[in-house]
Structures are given as structure tokens and as C-alpha cells.
Write a protein that binds this ligand. Sequence first.
Ligand code: NAD
Length: 245
Amino acid sequence: MGILDGKRAVIVGASGGIGMACAEAFLAEGARVAGTYRRKSAALEELARRQERLALLPLDVGSVSQVTDCMKEAVRLLSGIDILVNAAGIHRPALLHAADPEEWGEAVAVNLMGAFHVTQSVILPMMRAGGGSIVEISSVYGERGGIGQSSYSAAKAGVLGLTRSAAVELASKKIRVNAIAPGFIDTAMTEGLSEKFRQQALAHIPMKRFGSPGEIAELAVFLAGPKSSYITGQVFVIDGGLSAV
Ligand code: NAD
């Protein structure tokens, strides 16, 4: 028996480090999962081969029509939806004076507008299901600034505003909405960091390591499941103590 037995979950960005860990954790807890990918990864394909409760769907969250069609298909495949995890995101660091407006806009389009599109698209099907839980993946940069982080910080801060307002608006429909704000997590997103930057980041993290995608997935399971039934509109920082300093 898993705590998500019988639950139907859509995980957006399931080909990424955090999204894939969420897919694995949700499957292990008994959920049926529709995972979206921008570029299929061999690991995700292998997971889908082993797990008949996992379906894969292509999706670019920057396209409203793709979001609409993909979510309809996901809901059809799962015969409804109880959980959404939005783990799609990109990072386009640039010093503000030199930032390319197009790249800045791309970060907002994927991280914030994408979150809006996918969140909006699941509201009616979740209402039809009698309620649900939405978990947005924001970032500690949604609550703090950083050199070169203006587009990412602005977009991830926007996700926190979206989360809180959606939670207030949807509480009467029994839909809970919460955000996870990870610090530095070992995924493709942090893989390209220079050794110098990594060492500087580690110096500021009290636990002296980056987090693992699985540690984020455990929190997502908690927020998606019945043990968090009275929690909505909240932001959960998971950063090894970084923001406590
Ligand atoms: P990742 O690069 O491994 O995964 C990013 C995912 O987003 C991939 O599945 C990718 O396909 C998807 N994606 C990118 N552009 C997309 C688009 N236009 N449409 C649909 N999907 C798209 O990185 P990750 O660390 O797993 O990131 C997952 C989430 O966690 C992101 O929102 C990221 O901003 C956030 N986050 C990551 C860290 C970290 O240190 N890794 C820290 C804080 C927050």
C-alpha cells in the first residue's frame, strides 16, 4: 500500500532531474503518472518500459495550445487528475546590464507563464475529480536575489505569487496549491556550474552539499498526499540551510 494508491498525477518536466525523481517516487507510492518531456531522456524511457503505470507525453509549456492538448490527453489517459507537479524550468543567467531581452523573456515564458498555463489547465478537471493537490517547483531564488539571476528570480518569485493566489482561490474547490523552493540540487541544471562557483555555493550551505532530486521528490509526495491535507498556499524551502544563514 502506497500513500498515493489510486491517485492520478501529471508531472510536467518528468525528463528532468527533479521531475524524474518525482515520477519514480509517485509510482513507488502507488500513483498512476503521466509525465511530460521536452526532450525524451533514455532514463525516463527506461522507467516507462518497466512501469506500466507511467505514460509519457511531449510538451513545450511555452505553447498554450500544446499545454491544452497535452493536459487533455493526460487527463484522458489517467481517467482524471488528482495531482499536478510542475517541474519544468530553465535557467538563463546573465548580468542585468548585458541581459538579452529575448532570453530574459524566455526564462519568464517557461518558468512563470508555463506554470500559469499548466496550473490553469488542470483546474476544471481537478474540480470534476472533487479536489486535488498542485505542487509548483519554484526556487530559493524566488525569495532572494543573486548575481545574474534577475530573470530566474523574477519568474520564480512570480510562481510564489501564483501559488498563494491559486491556493486562496481554489481552497473552496478542495484544491490545495503549494510551492517547493529548492536550493542547489544535483541535476542537469547545476551540472554546468564552474568548480569555482560550486565551491563558493558549498561554502554558504550549512550542510556542505547539494541536495538530491530524491529529497525534493519526498517533499512533493508529502505535499501531494493525504498527510498534508490542511496545508495550502505555502512555500517549502529545502536547501540544506542556505537561506537560514
Ligand atoms: P533539469 O534541467 O534536469 O530539468 C528541467 C526540466 O524542465 C526538464 O524536464 C526539461 O525538459 C523541462 N523543460 C525545460 N523547458 C521546457 C519547456 N519549454 N517546456 C516543457 N518542459 C521544459 O533541472 P531540474 O533541476 O530538475 O529542474 C526542475 C525544476 O526545479 C525547475 O523548475 C528548476 O527551475 C527548479 N529548481 C532547480 C534547482 C536545482 O538546483 N537543480 C534549484 C531550484 C529550483
